[in-house]
Design a protein around this ligand. Structure first.
Ligand SMILES: C[S@@+](CC[C@H](N)C(=O)[O-])C[C@H]1O[C@@H](n2cnc3c(N)ncnc32)[C@H](O)[C@@H]1O
Length: 267
């Protein structure tokens, strides 16, 4: 069955396009091009430590596999497709994003991709068994419409897995070179209020992950010099053994991301 409820307005390298570009999508196209060209030049992700990213992704993959039994899965804001590429072949994989640069890479991973805004998804109602969206909802301009759209395309009793930054300081984004950046903060209470009270779905579980120490955390701890020295000591391990540093950071640093599993309740 065709996943789309309307015809695309264009097609770029065989990828169906359902939206026209605007200032917002051009911003994310620029970010993705900066990301990919830095990766090509230096071999390093300019936005996030690779070991940290992999450990965060591993947690989300475990949750997907624990709560869903294969079938159709949609990754909203699929990026390069790296999360879905870690899933077993028991899934029919779909992805949507506004960055053509990322979509080209995701398509090469065997993901059925299209270009569209999350606020206006092109898919049929109740189409997907599972929807996952990681590091996207902090960006969107209209959270209410975005989440309503995600829930529209999810089957009744389907599972939605959301991962967002956890209690993040937005201060560094005030000086960002990009206009559109992280716009909001999340924790268990804000997510429960929004998803259960407003969206009327059931929160099944939360799991925080990704130990990360930031300049803001260290500043807060500076009066407590022993605590700050302890965290800086762990940081030093990064240069001795990355796997050991990652283990210690996951255990002791403040968690930087939160996964939430919700179920779409019927009727
Ligand atoms: C931080 S990246 C996360 C990518 C991927 N989900 C991951 O975890 O690696 C955010 C992604 O969301 C996409 N995005 C941001 N706002 C969007 C919107 N309104 N509609 C669709 N995609 C959007 C961006 O282009 C980008 O690929």
């Amino acid at each position: 069955m065709d996943p789309y409820q309307k015809p695309p307005i264009a097609s770029i390298s065989d990828i169906p396009v359902f939206c026209s570009d605007n200032e917002y999508s051009e911003n994310y196209q620029t970010i993705s091009e900066d990301h990919l060209s830095a990766l090509e030049k230096t071999g390093h992700n300019p936005f996030m430590d690779e070991a940290l990213w992999q450990s965060i992704e591993a947690g989300t993959v475990k949750l997907i596999e624990r709560h869903s039994q294969g079938g159709k899965i949609l990754d909203v804001g699929v990026g390069t497709g790296r999360l879905l590429s870690r899933l077993s072949s028991g899934y029919e994989k779909f992805g949507v994003d506004i960055s053509s640069a990322y979509l080209g890479l995701a398509a090469k991973q065997g993901i059925n991709v299209c270009k569209a805004f999350v606020e206006e998804l092109p898919y049929h109602d109740n189409f997907f068994d599972t929807v996952v969206t990681t590091d996207v909802l902090e960006h969107v301009l209209d959270l209410n419409t975005a989440v309503k759209e995600i829930l529209r395309v999810l089957k009744p009793s389907g599972i939605l897995i959301v991962r967002v930054p956890y209690r993040e300081s937005l201060r560094p984004y005030l000086n960002s070179n990009y206009k559109f950046v992280h716009l909001r903060n999340f924790d268990e209470d804000s997510l429960t209020l929004f998803f259960e009270k407003i969206m009327q779905v059931k929160v099944i579980e939360f799991e925080t992950c990704g130990g990360l120490i930031t300049r803001e955390h260290l500043k807060e701890m500076m009066p407590n010099i022993f605590k700050a020295a302890f965290f800086l000591g762990i940081h030093g391990l990064k240069f001795v053994s990355k796997p050991l540093w990652r283990k210690m950071a996951d255990r002791f640093y403040p968690h930087s991301e939160i996964n939430m599993v919700v179920k779409k309740i019927c009727g």
